[in-house]
Design a binder for this molecule. Structure first.
Ligand code: KG4
Ligand code: ZN
Length: 352
């Protein structure tokens, strides 16, 4: 069942993937499930505001989209007329940003007579684990698998029974894991996005120095707001004693924070494996780049006999290759959309 789509003998299917859900403008070319190019233009303008400013993001997408797509097509060495379909992120994300990618995709499809494929950004994060490259064959996840999807906006445990059969069995009831990294980093005065910065400092620190509160909720759901508050209160109290506390303790604070987030994530993942009996594990989303999480998943997988799939770093954060590969699977299954499609800011408003 599982490689049904990959083994179909259709060759020369070229997909242009477009991603504009947040602050990265990205375009990629996928041919027959293999990535030929993946161009990402990250918008630096948000850094000075300590977070993404939606209106500035959509304006930057408008400026970036044509050169980014053009570069992706050139790098892949394909012709515009060879493109069979344009796959674009329909949602979830920032509405103005999504609108730029959606409108561009529609225009491109009309002008080049290509099909249109709408992609769910979260579905694409998961399927990023199926991106292949010529000459770099890798072991693909086998269905059914469990995906720990950890990004700036979402934290979910999802069962994938097939490419298009996803069931969310656990999710955050408040902040996402990436948000916990970013918000705590901001409190320490670190730059945005905070996740990668915390990760870097954590390598120099001792994770046992500080203890932050972990949630105590039943089932497979997550919560990160308590941790955020506990982190904030610890800093507030320590700074009263020593005004230079934060700057003196950045590595240990980052290591302890990262360890707490990783422990929270793994606690429920272990429960999900016990509940479902599924030991094929995939991680995805921006926080899947975190070295602490990657090490912990690898170690637990070895210990418990799971098969773990960790995406390459460049496919963890937002990129169009993941939109292209998802578009490819939808294309070969005839899952097209029309020129009437509208972006969907919320996950609940769209299927796979
Ligand atoms: O998937 P993504 O690029 O965008 C969303 O769809 O949300 O994820 C962005 C999130 C940010 O919160 C960022 O801080 C986090 O991923 N992130 C990391 C790391 N790299 C990115 N968090 C922890 N450690 C990292 N190395
Ligand atoms: Zn994302």
């Amino acid at each position: 069942m599982q490689y049904e789509y990959l083994s179909v003998n259709k060759v020369g299917i070229v997909i242009l993937g477009i991603e504009t859900s947040c602050d990265d403008t990205s375009a990629a070319i996928i041919r027959d499930g293999y990535m030929l190019s993946n161009v990402i233009s990250s918008q630096e303008i948000h850094r000075q505001y300590g977070g993404v400013v939606p209106e500035l993001a959509s304006r930057a997408h408008i400026q970036n989209i044509v050169p980014v797509v053009d570069t992706a097509i050139k790098q892949a060495n394909v012709k515009k007329e060879d493109i069979n379909a344009v796959a674009f992120t329909r949602g979830p994300g920032l509405l103005g940003s999504l609108l730029v990618g959606t409108s561009f995709a529609k225009g491109f499809a009309l002008a080049s007579n290509a099909k249109l494929v709408a992609v769910n950004h979260l579905h694409a994060h998961i399927l990023s684990n199926f991106i292949q490259e010529e000459g770099k064959e890798k072991k693909l996840p086998k269905f059914p698998f469990l995906c720990l999807l950890v990004s700036g906006g979402h934290t979910q445990i999802i069962v994938l029974r097939d490419y298009f059969d996803m069931e969310i069995i656990g999710q955050t009831i408040d902040d996402a894991a990436g948000e916990a990294f970013d918000k705590c980093a901001k409190v320490m005065g670190l730059s945005y996005p905070g996740g990668p910065v915390v990760d870097r400092h954590a390598r120099e620190g001792d994770s046992s120095v500080f203890k932050f509160s972990k949630p105590n909720i039943a089932g497979l759901n997550y919560s990160f707001s308590g941790l955020k508050t506990s982190f904030l209160y610890t800093l507030r109290d320590k700074v009263k004693e020593d005004a230079a506390f934060v700057e003196k303790n950045i590595p240990n604070l980052c290591a302890s924070l990262q360890q707490t987030i990783v422990d929270i994530l793994l606690d429920k993942l272990i429960k999900a494996v016990a509940t479902t009996g599924i030991k094929e594990i995939v991680i995805a989303g921006g926080v899947a780049a975190n070295s602490g999480l990657r090490n912990a998943v690898t170690n637990i997988a070895n210990e418990k006999g799971w098969t773990a799939h960790l995406p390459e770093f460049r496919f963890t954060t937002d990129n169009a290759a993941m939109i292209g590969i998802t578009g490819y699977f939808k294309y070969i299954n005839g899952m097209f959309t029309t020129q009437n499609v509208a972006p969907a800011a919320r996950f609940e408003d769209m299927g796979v």
